[in-house]
Design a protein around this ligand. Structure first.
Ligand SMILES: [Mg+2]
Length: 317
């Protein structure tokens, strides 16, 4: 498979997972399959039916949530600034956050609006709040993972940590995002991401290695999570579990959303990994056709599939 197929798969796959999972956020386990049984989907896939991009919970059918909106903000900064410009990314996040996006993570919102400068805001949040290991930096990492993949392991894991640190002061969030970046890098290089996990874990900060080794272990199941999947560890563990225990893009996303909880983000992370693994062509048109990404604060722009593909080519082509 061509590298660009995988790179586009990361960005579009993550956006599709986000939009597909959004209406099911905080729902119960199995809600997606209860509404869209596998047999119906099989029939729909052949006959143009489907309907899984159903909207609801304030979301229009195919509308991507904050996960993808922030990933696009990161992408446009990386492209317009010609590399990693952390104050610029932070300023774009702030501009977006002040434009009333339909959804924004509690921690992210607090950091972006607490009035502290870009390099102190997240640390300030940690001082005040004990818990800062949400999945909000992992959820938006698809575009930066594609952009830095060609730079090698050290550079891509470092970039992931630094972008994560803009909003998340807890190193656990940095390390989870770094693992995601590295999983994408090895997959774009045609290697098996699951086989690479032991090697990736060796490059995780030693203070955080054991906890990630637990949730990324071959026999770990999301039922064993010790936190809600809005936390970074079970979110990443669940995405890797969904990739490991299914054998196609659609089934991986179904498994992720059926876990319930923070479905848009777990599916966005799963979609990024599965999109890299199976490539753009594995993502069904009935999911990409209604997909759209509003960008509050940026002139009312709404990105569609061709726009996301253009970003993918420019970031990873
Ligand atoms: Mg979201």
């Amino acid at each position: 498979m061509k590298r660009i197929q995988r790179a586009a798969g990361v960005i579009v796959g993550s956006a599709v997972g986000d939009a597909l999972g959004g209406p099911f956020e905080f729902g119960h386990q199995g809600a997606f399959s209860a509404r869209f049984p596998v047999t119906d989907v099989d029939a729909g896939a052949g006959g143009g039916g489907g309907g899984e991009m159903c909207g609801g919970g304030g979301w229009d059918p195919g509308e991507a949530t904050d996960d993808t909106q922030m990933a696009v903000l990161v992408a446009e900064s990386l492209l317009e600034r010609g590399g990693l410009d952390l104050p610029d990314i932070f300023a774009r996040f702030q501009r977006w956050a002040s434009s009333e996006p339909k959804d924004i993570g509690l921690q992210t919102e607090d950091v972006l609006t607490n009035g502290r400068p870009w390099d102190l805001a997240a640390a300030f949040h940690v001082q005040v709040n004990e818990r800062a290991a949400g999945n909000g930096s992992l959820m938006r990492a698809s575009t930066s993972a594609v952009r830095f993949a060609a730079a090698g392991r050290e550079a891509t894991m470092d970039a992931a940590r630094r972008i994560a640190a803009l909003t998340h002061g807890d190193r656990a969030a940095w390390e989870g995002t770094a693992i995601f970046h590295e999983l994408v890098r090895v997959t774009l290089d045609d290697a098996d991401p699951l086989a690479a996990l032991p090697d990736i874990l060796a490059h995780v900060h030693p203070d955080h290695r054991d906890r990630y080794a637990t949730v990324l272990a071959p026999h770990w199941h999301p039922d064993q999570a010790t936190e809600f999947n809005g936390a970074v560890w079970p979110c990443l563990g669940s995405a890797v579990w969904a990739l490991r225990t299914t054998d196609g893009f659609e089934d991986a996303l179904r498994a992720a959303i059926d876990l319930g909880g923070d479905t848009d983000t777990v599916a966005a992370v799963t979609g990024g990994l599965a999109g890299a693994y199976y490539g753009l062509d594995a993502i069904p048109a009935r999911w990409t056709q209604p997909l759209h990404v509003p960008l509050p604060g940026f002139g009312g722009r709404v990105l569609h599939l061709p726009d996301l593909l253009r970003l993918a080519y420019r970031l990873g082509g």
